[in-house]
Design a protein around this ligand. Structure first.
Ligand SMILES: [Zn+2]
Length: 247
């Protein structure tokens, strides 16, 4: 393949531009914010589940409290009815009086036990409410952390994408003047060779693979016509001769 030396030099410009675009794409992929967002999202999801579970616990405990308070109220009402009957003087049989007094005594003990239960549930309800409050605060904080990381990522994206857009426009102006067959070869080699399709011959080395050429190889390259497209024997990349090539 042949190409004017100036077009070969332009290929090096294109390579520099493509490498810059690759770097920008790599920077976009490797932003530290990606890992931060992933972690913050996982934290947020886990906290959301914990809040839901804590709220369910709070609801269950509140219902348990209502039920226990109703139990106390029932015993208290029954005890009051018995006390009224006793105070009314309507019961005269000593055995009935004894039974009634005995029941009033039992109900008082029962009421005391049930009030203990109410107190214990109230303590648990308070703990459940505290847990909901704490977890809700942590959930809100995790939202803020997530949003901040997303905002930083988006700002970095905007900067990188703006730069990439500018570089792509520059690429168009360079690529349009390079002969199609040379461009095609470069594109194929770039895909095969980790993003570098054209390399400068600089101080006796291929800048693509860094191999240093023996004098005999250099003489062979030197003997090639100026418009011959030379390839590196070692890596196969297009080897571009410039004024600094040392030949
Ligand atoms: Zn090479």
């Amino acid at each position: 393949m042949n190409a004017a030396p100036a077009d070969q030099i332009r290929l090096l410009d294109l390579q520099a531009i493509d490498s810059k675009l690759d770097q920008l794409a790599h920077r976009r992929r490797s932003l530290p914010e990606h890992a931060e967002i992933e972690k913050a999202t996982a934290d947020h999801t886990a906290l959301k589940d914990l809040v839901v579970a804590a709220q369910a616990q709070q609801g269950d405990t509140a219902r348990e409290l209502t039920k226990a308070e109703q139990d106390v109220e029932q015993v208290r009402a029954r005890s009051a009815r018995n006390q009224q009957r006793l105070d009314s003087g309507a019961i005269t049989s000593p055995k009935d009086l004894e039974n009634l007094q005995h029941e009033i005594g039992s109900l008082a003990k029962r009421q005391g036990d049930l009030e203990e239960v109410v107190l214990e549930i109230m303590e648990r309800l308070e703990s459940a409410q505290t847990r909901v409050t704490e977890l809700t605060a942590r959930l809100e904080h995790s939202s803020v952390v997530l949003k901040e990381a997303e905002a930083r990522r988006d700002a970095a994206f905007a900067e990188i994408d703006g730069e990439a857009e500018r570089v792509r426009r520059e690429r168009e102006t360079v690529a349009v003047v390079i002969p199609a067959d040379l461009l095609k070869l470069y594109t194929r080699l770039r895909e095969q060779q980790g993003g570098v399709g054209a390399a400068r011959l600089f101080q006796r080395r291929c800048e693509g693979c860094r191999v240093e050429f023996a004098v005999s190889d250099l003489n062979a390259i030197k003997a090639e016509p100026k418009d011959a497209v030379v390839r590196c024997d070692n890596c196969g990349r297009i080897l571009v001769r410039t004024a600094e090539s040392g030949i």
